[in-house]
Design a protein around this ligand. Sequence first.
Ligand SMILES: *Cc1c(COP(=O)(O)O)cnc(C)c1O
Length: 354
Amino acid sequence: MSKFLINKYQSLDVYTPGEQPKDMEYVKLNTNESPYPPSDGVLRAISDEEVSKLNLYPDPECRELREKIASLYSVNAENVFLSNGSDDILNFSFMAFCSDEREAVFPNISYGFYKVFGDLHRVSYNEIPLKDDFTIDVNDYVNVGKTVVIANPNAPTGLALSCDEIERIVSSNPDNVVVIDEAYIDFGGKTCVALTKKYDNLLVVQTFSKSRSMAGARLGFAVGSKALIDDLNRIKYSTNPYNINRLTLLAGSAAIDENDYYMDCCMKIMKTREYTKKKLKELGFTYLDSMTNFIFARSDKISGEDYYKKLKANGVLVRHFSNPAISDYVRITVGTDEQMNKLFEVTEKLLSEC
Ligand SMILES: *Cc1c(COP(=O)(O)O)cnc(C)c1O
């Protein structure tokens, strides 16, 4: 830290991204990326001709891609906001809709970035405990009168709320924004995008990073009432109007054109997920009923930390969280069947040594 950094940033606990060690080849099951490549159209969209236009700024309105997303989700283009990854949109949401007076609430076990954004923008926030079974108690959020941020399905638990439950939260807080982070919705959950037509306080955030195989391109979008989208645009046009680069815009458009490919990949991942659950059970693990592309699992035979460390030593990366409430668990991204078989092979070996 330099002596120049101003006070409010000195004590900030920053977000820790999943590790990307380069010392050997790992089976990478730690950051919930898709194991499948982008579709052919995406590869074709990044042509030499398009690369040669990088001297020109991208379209700040992202019109073509917004229209495509709007049509896929049956909303209007004015209801769609695009940004450089959904983290960017969550950041903007904390800036726009939370403050020291406008408190935020989110589950105490959820996406770690909510807390970081809260701290960064000096927001007062309240982390609401999950129930003992790691589910969200919807009643905690009904009529709460604060800005609500919920990942649905939640991370790292993988558990999902129904649209009816989300609607109870949204309808009972008409004077507050409810942000639903649907980063993992395409793996078997049901999106509540349609509710944005009925409620002007609902903002649904999605990303191309998980189900659309484009984590490296950085693209996220939000759907909400025109007024909420205008609010986000105020922030975008006050920070970085060109926050999505030309190549990512092209890749995103091509990905929406080939939506079927991605939904097929999601089906494959869901199939592998169910296969993985079965195998983990045979190995004596318990896990939460994931509706995502990861499984939150634990074993009585080996601690979460030990399991994580020994997997890593054997070339398999998973995510472990030191928070004592969940430190028994590891979060395992669902990869290909082949990647999972490697995980099982190493796990069997490790358990036999316990
Ligand atoms: C991965 C993830 C994001 C961030 O996605 P990007 O679009 O890559 O920034 C947001 N929310 C949750 C819950 C995630 O797991």
